[in-house]
Design a protein around this ligand. Structure first.
Ligand code: MN3
Length: 197
């Protein structure tokens, strides 16, 4: 069965007041994410080794294989954006008590978590992602990956939050100011309520 572009869990105008405008969401979801899905389906249709595989299986199968880099890039980006849309909310920014306690335990404070996430996001040279993961040792950690990679591929843990730091995610709203985009994303867009620890 072909992979499909998921519907957004909000309207394309829903996040405009919180720093992600309608045009950004229309292009990012309807054009960029759709292009990854279309490309991935093309690879699956022409490669028997990929037929019937889940998205996770394809990401892991293509990971680290030079001849499967285009498969990895598009499968990874589909995986990443499926998480990303659900990582934002029109009522985002509020951190539930249980998550706050775990952030304080593992980072020292909520501010220290945000600083670590922002550092990961702003030190990712070029396109990529910043992540909050629940690492295999049970601790929350902030990490980054280039291009279409993700914590599934790196084995760094279960991804709880992923922030897209490709320029297509912020250029209309924040121009070149990636740090401002990430700060706003953490403060006003991130859907901490949806995180299950
Ligand atoms: Mn993107």
């Amino acid at each position: 069965m072909a992979f499909e572009l998921p519907a957004l869990p909000y309207t394309t105008a829903a996040l405009a007041a919180r720093g992600m405008c309608q045009e950004t969401l229309e292009l990012h979801h309807g054009k960029h994410h759709q292009a990854y899905v279309t490309a991935l389906n093309g690879f699956v249709a022409s490669n028997a080794a990929l037929a019937g595989k889940s998205l996770d299986e394809i990401v892991l199968l293509a990971n680290g294989k030079a001849d499967m880099a285009p498969v990895f890039n598009n499968a990874g980006q589909h995986w990443n954006h499926m998480l990303f849309w659900n990582n934002m909310s029109a009522t985002g920014g509020g951190i539930p008590a249980r998550l706050e306690a775990k952030l304080v335990e593992d980072f020292g404070s909520v501010q220290a978590f945000k600083d670590a996430f922002k550092t990961a996001a702003t030190t990712q040279f070029g396109s990529g992602w910043a992540w909050l993961v629940l690492a295999p040792d049970g601790k929350l950690k902030c990490t980054k990956t280039p291009n279409g990679s993700n914590p599934l591929a790196t084995g760094e843990g279960r991804a709880l939050l992923g922030c897209d730091v490709w320029e297509h995610s912020y250029y209309l709203d924040f121009r070149n100011r990636r740090p401002d985009y990430v700060q706003n994303w953490l403060d006003n867009l991130a859907n901490y309520e949806a995180i299950s620890l």
